[in-house]
Design a protein around this ligand. Sequence first.
Ligand code: S3P
Length: 168
Amino acid sequence: MNIVLIGFMCSGKSSVAERLSEISGYRLFDTDRMIEQTYKKTVQDIFIQYGEEFFRKAEYNAVKSALSEDNRIIATGGGALTSPETAELIKSGGVKLYLKISLKTAKSRNDGGRPLLSGLSDNQLKNLFDRREKLYQSAADLTVNAENDSPEVLAEKIYKIIIKGEKN
Ligand code: S3P
């Protein structure tokens, strides 16, 4: 079984995935980091130099490669489901876990390293958030409130529910 973490920017996908990998022994794949390694540039630089369309293709390849074997924890980028091809891979690739946060929390956690989060007006960001939320919700097998708990606590909860099969 593969566990794929989905959710908006700054929802904690990477940190929760890292901890979940430690507890479960499943191998960790973080698609943003995979893309950065492939192109030897930050996600931000890839967006600036090559544009979003290029990034989405690279993201498709990273998700495909991450899902190519079983028993993996995969942290995706917040926009992965906006590409229908990538969304299809994710939907058929494992258990989808939605880390749900509010837009307010995303903004408060932003450290400036997200090209989309930093570059949009409040209105544009609200529109983006609402559109994205629908995508996460419709793809999710399990939704976890990620507003308050630390990545450690969230990972423990998810481990018990998904891997050990305890009741929610
Ligand atoms: C993006 C989210 C980012 C990263 C890129 C685009 C998005 O990942 O993939 O900046 O479109 O929401 P995180 O969700 O890990 O910040």
